[in-house]
Design a protein around this ligand. Structure first.
Ligand code: ADP
Ligand code: MG
Length: 266
């Protein structure tokens, strides 16, 4: 579904440094992939390329076999900072998205789907609240509903729960896994960026580890879903995977660090 061949990327204000270097990766339809790595390693840059918001300076990026040519009909994004329209209620945010991203819906369809989506994310009682009246967790629920409203095959998420406390974060991880799994009509592909190792193991089928603009490792997560309730055996596997991931990240010597620009925005 998504294929990256030897991708390199430099920001135009610093063409001598590669924010991404020799990235090759294939992501299958329906797969849930997490990208982990320290702040500044290029996760957001990679996601922006996948979203068609910027273009690789080297290599090829194919979506369903076709070269990426800009933000298309395949992709929805959830950012950490909610990206809701502040002057619209939760309901209006979803209605607006439906109106502008889905063709052939009449007003009744829009109303019905907006209400269904708000219910799915547990926001039906807060449909008439504006973002400033919501907690971070509520806003992120609406942001997820908004991404689902677009009804796209690929869901890109950039540290969507990064600003939330661990209890709310856990609830939203469960919700997201549920929504991703429950959609029988389409196998949604998810690319989820996080710097939280536990979150990566909780969510991913496969974890891609990045550092200094490169992929330094990858591990798969052979755990059943849903991962809300797990056997002792599964808990143990999860712990081992977390340990393995932190070792990978600690032991990275930074050889590829020649391309690094640290201290940038997370
Ligand atoms: P991450 O999301 O993993 O924290 P980013 O993809 O945001 O990392 O950043 C990767 C590198 O690119 C960092 O060194 C950062 O400083 C740099 N960078 C990010 N955005 C820009 C930009 N708009 N212009 C120039 N450099 C940038
Ligand atoms: Mg980032």
């Amino acid at each position: 579904m998504i294929k990256l061949e030897n991708i390199g990327f430099s920001y135009s204000d610093d063409l001598n440094t590669k924010a991404l270097d020799s990235i090759s990766l294939e992501i299958k339809r329906g797969e849930f992939v997490c990208i982990v790595g320290p702040s500044g390693c290029g996760k957001t840059t990679l996601l922006r390329l996948l979203a068609g918001l910027s273009f690789p300076t080297e290599g090829n990026l194919l979506i369903d076999g076709k070269p990426m040519d800009g933000p298309g009909d395949d992709i929805a994004i959830v950012f950490q900072d909610y990206a809701l329209f502040p002057w619209m209620t939760a309901y209006k945010n979803i209605r607006f998205t439906l109106k502008h991203t889905r063709k052939g819906l009449d007003k009744e369809d829009e109303d019905r789907i907006a209400r269904e989506l708000l219910e799915k994310v547990g926001m039906e009682d807060a449909a008439n609240k504006h973002p400033y009246q919501m907690s971070g967790g509520m806003r992120q629920r609406v942001a997820i509903a908004r991404a689902l409203a677009m009804d796209r095959d690929i869901l890109l998420l950039d540290e969507p729960f990064g600003a939330l406390d661990s209890k709310i974060r856990g609830e939203l991880q469960n919700l997201l896994e549920d929504l991703w799994r429950s959609d029988k009509d389409r196998a949604r592909t998810a690319v989820f960026v996080t710097h939280d190792i536990g979150e990566a193991v909780r969510m991913a089928d496969r974890i891609i580890v990045m550092d200094h603009g490169r992929i330094i490792n990858e591990i798969s997560v052979p755990l059943r879903r849903p991962r809300v309730i797990m056997s002792l055996e599964e808990e143990k596997t999860m712990k081992e995977l977390r340990l393995k991931l932190s070792e990978i990240m600690l032991n990275d010597t930074g050889d590829s660090g020649k391309a690094c620009r640290c201290g940038g925005p997370a």
